[in-house]
Design a protein around this ligand. Structure first.
Ligand code: XLS
Ligand code: NI
Ligand code: NI
Length: 437
């Protein structure tokens, strides 16, 4: 059965000159960038939630998406059929990975036991399709934010029963991620945050979150799950203050709670900008802390200013991302997951292909451009030279810890003043980047 009959069996690379909208212009899976194939460098993932569960609903109206395969009820049978749709899509697109929340792939039953049973049924079908197609699981996660039981949060809920339910749910989600060979497990804070301190014990909530993470780690170890744990920072939405505000807030929590190395970060573009950062800043901040694990690729809209989760098409943005990712030597075991959805006006199934093709091409192009910039060494050399005063003399002593405040005072008293500064040449460098685009 073909759910996307208008789409060929395989989206092919046809090069930049093609006029075929259902072809790649830049993503050529086997082509190498800095010695690694694009397939292995970019490790694209399709997000099950937006792509196969998104309806296009918004606060002003119901869904618009035309999805002829969807039945009227959200039951196990439908969930299993949807797996076929998903894998036809992912295979045709040629993405090597997918990602899911437990509740995207399987609906809840009448109680936890029933819910787990339904999930197991669907996981069997997922496993089957993974084996048949070779598509792999980049990461799994649990939805701890939709059900009303999590109205006050999950691990940070003031209600211990909600904590317990979340623990049971994450235990199961890690187990099925393990069963499916998932290479990472993501914790996005969902409702882990607060609206108002009048009713919130922030200290207790943060302690509970730390306890939760250690319990999750213990369980992963006990079942032999070797995948990387990832926090996904986001500053707001749904709560006003999310505890995982940005990379810096997450790393502070990780460091203070003995989770160094246990938890790395999954950085999302639209979350970075909501936090008042550029994506490049967040990626680099994570990278220098040895915590850049994976990324959720999307983009926001400057004029709207909420988490619009649009597909990335801006080559400046993807070039900046790839500059950092190439500096790190890739993202594996993480990847580039499209946490992005088509606009509600783009309601036809084929729009899902256009969106992903565009995102993959934008990243492939960004990767080529970033590699060219790196090859010429222009940025690297400039930055190196900018800090060269630390390579010898007093700068070297500062870096080596060989100069005290008294030494530095003496040095400056002798010298009198800072002799010269060099221009930062920001405009020259911005022009130079444009030469490569
Ligand atoms: C929501 C998050 C979510 C995570 C997975 O804003 O991006 O989709 O990626 O829970
Ligand atoms: Ni995300
Ligand atoms: Ni998001």
């Amino acid at each position: 059965m073909a759910y996307f009959p208008e789409v060929p069996k395989q989206i092919e690379y046809e090069g930049p000159k093609t006029k075929n909208p259902l072809a790649f212009r830049h993503y050529n899976a086997d082509e190498k960038i800095e010695g690694t194939s694009m397939r292995d460098l970019l490790r694209f993932g399709v997000a099950y939630w937006h792509t196969f569960r998104g309806t296009g609903s918004d606060p002003f109206g119901p869904g618009t998406a035309h999805r002829p395969w969807e039945g009227a009820t959200d039951n196990a049978e439908n969930a299993k059929k949807r797996v076929e749709v998903a894998f036809e899509f992912i295979e045709k697109l040629g993405a090597p990975f997918y990602c899911f929340h437990d509740r995207d792939v399987a609906p809840e039953g009448a109680n936890l036991k029933e819910t787990n049973r339904i999930l197991d049924e669907v996981v069997k079908v997922l496993k089957d399709h993974q084996q048949k197609t070779g598509v792999k699981l980049l990461w799994g996660t649990a939805n701890l934010f939709s059900n009303p039981r999590f109205m006050h949060g999950a691990a940070t809920s003031p209600n211990a029963d909600a904590f317990a339910y979340a623990a049971a749910q994450v235990k199961k989600a890690i187990e099925v991620t393990h069963e499916l060979g998932g290479q990472n497990y993501v914790f996005w804070g969902g409702r882990e945050g607060y609206q108002n301190l009048y009713n919130t014990d922030m200290q207790r909530e943060l302690d509970h979150l730390a306890r939760f993470m250690h319990l999750a780690h213990d369980h992963a170890k006990s079942i032999g799950f070797k995948g990387q744990f990832l926090f996904e920072p986001k500053p707001k939405e749904p709560t006003k203050h999310q505890y995982d505000f940005d990379a810096a807030a997450c790393l502070n929590f990780i460091g203070r709670n003995g989770l160094d190395g246990v938890v790395k970060l999954n950085i999302e573009t639209n979350h970075a900008t909501l936090a008042g950062h550029t994506m490049m800043h967040e990626l680099e901040y994570a990278r220098i802390h040895n915590a850049l694990g994976s990324m959720d690729a999307n983009t926001g809209d400057l004029l709207l200013g909420w988490d619009t989760d649009q597909f990335p098409t801006d080559i400046y943005l993807t070039t900046q991302c790839m500059l950092v990712i190439l500096k790190q030597g890739g993202l594996a075991p993480g990847g580039v997951n499209f946490d992005a959805k088509v606009r509600r006006e783009s309601f036809e199934p084929v729009d899902l292909f256009h969106a992903h093709i565009g995102g993959m091409d934008a990243f492939a192009r960004g990767a080529k451009i970033a590699a060219a910039i790196r090859k010429d060494g222009v940025l690297n050399n400039f930055v190196k030279d900018r800090y060269s005063s630390y390579d010898s003399g007093i700068g070297q002593k500062i870096e080596k810890g060989e100069a005290s405040f008294a030494d530095l005072e003496k040095y400056m008293l002798d010298k009198g003043d800072v002799e010269k500064n060099k221009s930062g040449r920001q405009e020259m460098l911005e022009n130079l980047i444009n030469d490569y685009l």
